[in-house]
Design a binder for this molecule. Structure first.
Ligand code: PAF
Length: 287
């Protein structure tokens, strides 16, 4: 596996691969890799014939007071996992290589970031859209793979690729869960007590509960949100940021569930801000 730290070396590598007719599949990450990332890497491996993974904890998608400095990192382990997954190139630039002192450009989306996580994390999607644009220009992939756990991020990336005419296929991969149902996330490392872990399980259990109620004929978004709020708030150490039932494309809130919708939630448990989401389909309980 090649490890590349320089932007120009990565661009040259991609230019050579493209000239040779190789199909570059790309998985951008912030490291501390887990089973969710492995699923993205394997999907990318299936779709391309040259696999690039990036590890970069992007400072521009954190607001002041968020966990940029304490974000879990273990680069030796990440390198080992990438080797085991037969990654061809690991791109791990230094912060200064991507955001020098005079950096001043941002990619801003109008509507999607007004919803869900964008309300409480005002810098987040601008930071994501900007770094993803930069990484696309550096890695020059044909295909890029993102997780559905970060559903709003996936929509933002799909939108920016269309709006800015990137010639890149965006692939979404279903959420990978632990044996107990918790969506895999690097931030699960912050869950340190059994009570926190139990509280964290209330997220996906609420989603499954909601899916069953909608499958059983419930059409009121407010009724479902109220019931889920009670279920989650019953656990100490939970702080609900939002529970939303929304249009799966625009993320606008919905009041009547008369077609497939997306339910999404964000809850802080102890130090961990956790998110999860699921499709709710009237007359069906599968995701
Ligand atoms: O999902 C992530 O890990 C990050 O938001 C991404 C897409 C790598 C951008 O920093």
């Amino acid at each position: 596996m090649k490890i590349i730290e320089s932007v120009s070396a990565m661009q040259q590598e991609s230019d050579i691969l493209r000239r040779k007719g190789r199909t570059i599949a790309f998985v951008p990450t912030m490291g501390y890799l887990h089973g969710g990332h492995t699923a993205l890497i394997r999907e990318a491996r299936r779709r391309g014939d040259y696999l690039v993974v990036s590890v970069f904890v992007n400072p521009t998608q954190f607001s002041p007071g968020e966990d940029l400095d304490s974000y879990p990192r273990d680069i030796e382990r990440d390198i080992r996992i990438c080797q085991e997954e037969a990654v061809d190139t690991l791109f791990m630039p230094a912060r200064e290589a991507l955001f020098g002192q005079r950096f001043q450009t941002a990619v801003i989306l109008e509507a999607l970031p007004r919803h869900l996580c964008g309300r409480s994390r005002p810098n987040f999607f601008q930071g994501v859209a900007t770094i993803v644009t930069k990484l696309f220009n550096i890695v020059k992939p044909h295909i890029a793979v993102f997780g559905e756990k970060d559903y709003q991020q996936l929509l933002v990336v799909r939108r920016l690729v269309r709006d800015l005419n990137f010639d890149i296929e965006i692939v979404g991969v279903p959420t990978v869960r632990e044996a107990d149902g918790l969506a895999m996330s690097s931030r699960n490392a912050y869950l340190t007590t059994a009570a926190q872990r139990r509280a964290a399980l209330s997220l996906h259990r609420s989603l499954y509960y909601a899916a069953e109620r909608v499958a059983g004929g419930e059409t009121s978004a407010a009724a479902i949100i109220r019931a889920c709020r009670q279920r989650i708030a019953a656990h100490p150490e939970t702080d609900i940021d939002y529970i939303a039932i929304c249009d799966p494309e625009t993320l606008e809130d919905m009041t009547v569930i008369d077609r497939p919708v997306r339910m999404a939630l964000a809850v802080t448990v102890g130090k961990a801000r956790l998110i999860d989401n699921m499709r709710l389909t009237p007359g069906s309980s599968d995701d």
